[in-house]
Structures are given as C-alpha cells and as structure tokens.
Design a protein around this ligand. Sequence first.
Ligand SMILES: Cc1cc2nc3c(=O)[nH]c(=O)nc-3n(C[C@H](O)[C@H](O)[C@H](O)COP(=O)(O)OP(=O)(O)OC[C@H]3O[C@@H](n4cnc5c(N)ncnc54)[C@H](O)[C@@H]3O)c2cc1C
Length: 369
Amino acid sequence: MTTDVLIIGGGVIGLCIARELAYDHSVTVVERGRCGMAASNAAAGMLGAQAEAYGDDAFFRLCVESREMFPGLASSLLDETQIDVGLDRTGTLLLNFTEADIAARSERFAWQKAAGFAIEQLPAEAVRREEPFISTDVLGGFYLPDDGQVDNRKLVEALRASCEMRSVKIIEGTAVDRLAVDSGKVTGAFARDTRFSAGTVVLAAGAWGTSVQAGFELPFLIKPMRGQILMFRTAKRLFKHVIVGPRGYIVPRADGRVLSGATMDDAGFDDSITNEATAHLIESTAEISPSLGSLKPQEAWTGFRPYAPDRLPVLGRVPNAEGLILALGHFRNGILLSPVTAKLAAAELRGTGSMPTGFSPSRFYPAAA
Ligand SMILES: Cc1cc2nc3c(=O)[nH]c(=O)nc-3n(C[C@H](O)[C@H](O)[C@H](O)COP(=O)(O)OP(=O)(O)OC[C@H]3O[C@@H](n4cnc5c(N)ncnc54)[C@H](O)[C@@H]3O)c2cc1C
C-alpha cells in the first residue's frame, strides 16, 4: 500500500503526529501491538515542565511550550471526540520535610522565579490547608501553579479516535522489521513480506525505535528505562494537586485513583514488578501521606521510557537518509512533549519550519562533535 506519511509506532508521539499531519496528508500508522498500550499507557501523565527542570535551557523551553499547548489540545479533542482527557491545571506541590530540602529547592527554583515563571514558597500551615491528608511532618512546600496533569490513557484514546475521524489508517498487530531504502532514500517499510510505501517515514517506536533495521548506520541507540507505578484507590478524591515528595510523587485522578511513582530501573526490557520497587513506592507514598501509604495498592504496572545517550529527545531528519524523520527518546516527558513534537514534526515535513537543532539526530554524528 502507498501513503504520504507512514508512522511506525502508535504511542502518544506517533498518534499526535498522525493527527496533526492528517489535515493535509494521507497518513498510515503501523503499530506492533495496540495503540497507546506501551509507555504511553504506563505513564503518570504529569505535565511537569517546571517540576522536572534543573536549568533554563532549550529542553526546559520546549517543555514549557508543550505544556502551554495542552488547553488547546484538550478542548479540540473534546469537541472532536467527546473524550475528556482529564487536563488538570490545579498545579504541582513539592513538599519539604527538612531545612535541607528547603535550601536545595530554593536554590533550584531561584532561576525559574527570576525568569518570570510562577512559583510560590508556602509555609507548613498553608500546605496542610491545601492538602489536609498529607503528613504532619511537612515543613512547607513549593507550589507550581502552571504544572499539572493529564489522564494519559484518555489522551491516547482521544488521539486515536481523532485520528480515525481524520481518516488516518491505523494498522495494529503489525510489527515493522525494517525500513525500505532505495538509493539512500527511505521509501517505506516492511512488516515481514508486506511493503508499505510512503513519501516520508516517521519513526516513533518509543523504546524500540532503534531496533527497527534501518539498512544504514544510526550512531546512537534508544534504550528502555523501566518505571514501576503503584495505584491506590480512595473512595473519593482526597488530594487536589500532583504532590512530589523527597523520594517519589503521587498523582491523584478525579475518580479517586492515586498513582504513586515511579522507579527508574535500568533493566532492559524486563517488565517485572519487583518487591524492592513495591516496598520503595509504599514507603515514598507513606512519607507524603501516611494514611494513603497504609492502604493496599490495587494495581502495579511497568513501562519503558525511551531514552537516548544524552537523555534528550531525538527529533528530526537523519543526515544520511532522505525521507526519514525521527521522533524518539522522549524519556520522562513524552506525554508532556507530545503536542510540541507533533507541531515540530509536521512543520519539518511540510517544509514550514525545522526542528530545534539541539534535538536533531545530527548531534550524534561525528561531524557535529
Ligand atoms: C512509569 C512511567 C511514568 C511516566 N510518567 C510520565 C509523566 O508523568 N509525564 C510524561 O510526560 N511522561 C511520562 N512518562 C514517559 C512517557 O510515558 C514516554 O516518554 C512516552 O509515552 C513515549 O511515547 P512514545 O509514543 O514515544 O512511546 P510508546 O508509548 O512506548 O509507543 C511506542 C509504540 O511503538 C510500537 N512499536 C515498537 N516497535 C514497533 C515496530 N517495530 N513496529 C510497529 N510498532 C512498534 C510499540 O508497540 C508502542 O505502542 C512515563 C513513563 C513511564 C514508563
């Protein structure tokens, strides 16, 4: 079959790009399993542009730009699909338990304040007034009103529905094994003996991105970083904010589910749920809220964050392969970065803009060193 754009991988990144390009291209998504069931299903859905930042760099600015795209994305998905993606901009609260926490975070967030980003330091009473079910050991906190969360499972469901409404062809249960390359140009891909021909191929296969045979050398590997999450359930929603403690975070959903995450284990593609991780997550939850931590977790799951050697996204064209765009390596922030990735990939493909050079695959080629 022939299509303008072939997207390999139907996670949040592939679906978001497909939806964007479907305005003016015929688009096919080929997904090995079911769309949105890998990392995009496992995530906690935090939109933590500020909470996750350690410096005012291109990556931070990309995260902020993407975070600001969520209200528009959520409302257009609601209009189109009637699916509410649970965008919640109540903000993120970081808890301080020691004077050392306060000092470290004051220093860490000073540059954000100086650059004009919203951040408030709160005394213990104010934090407990906001969140009555947290630990009484809390000395205070930092409040980031513009960070928030989205229900990532609803997001992929809505993206998929929107893609279908925009005539994106979605082929599930089909693993691409190799790209089709003719005279240095990528012209499609093969899944066993089936050939998909395309004007442009977008590789968005998450942690498996560099396992698809390219037929030419890619000077870097995308690897998996396992994350484990526990889900607690309360009869009604007890927490207003995403709450970050010293050793983990909790993400309260509107229906009373509370996600506690997440570990960072370099364990290849082993999807086990380990006793150590479960014990650690229960402990970090109890540190934030002893009453929540005393409940029995209802569910546990793992997922694989896709990461590049420098842990930054890999976005854009590959120097030695015309017709190929990479959208890989979103690591800890792929849900957050999905709308801006789609915007940039679409502009690159349409020739109306180009990907920021700091995230280009070119950085891994010797000439860029
Ligand atoms: C525990 C955990 C917590 C996280 N929390 C957050 C968070 O709070 N906020 C945030 O922004 N991000 C978070 N992330 C990161 C985020 O989930 C990822 O960065 C994001 O989902 C990556 O999306 P993706 O589409 O690239 O990958 P995936 O969702 O993994 O999708 C890739 C798809 O490609 C398919 N595929 C692979 N190989 C092939 C092939 N050969 N042929 C066809 N299809 C193929 C796979 O089946 C899969 O469906 C978290 C991740 C984990 C694991």
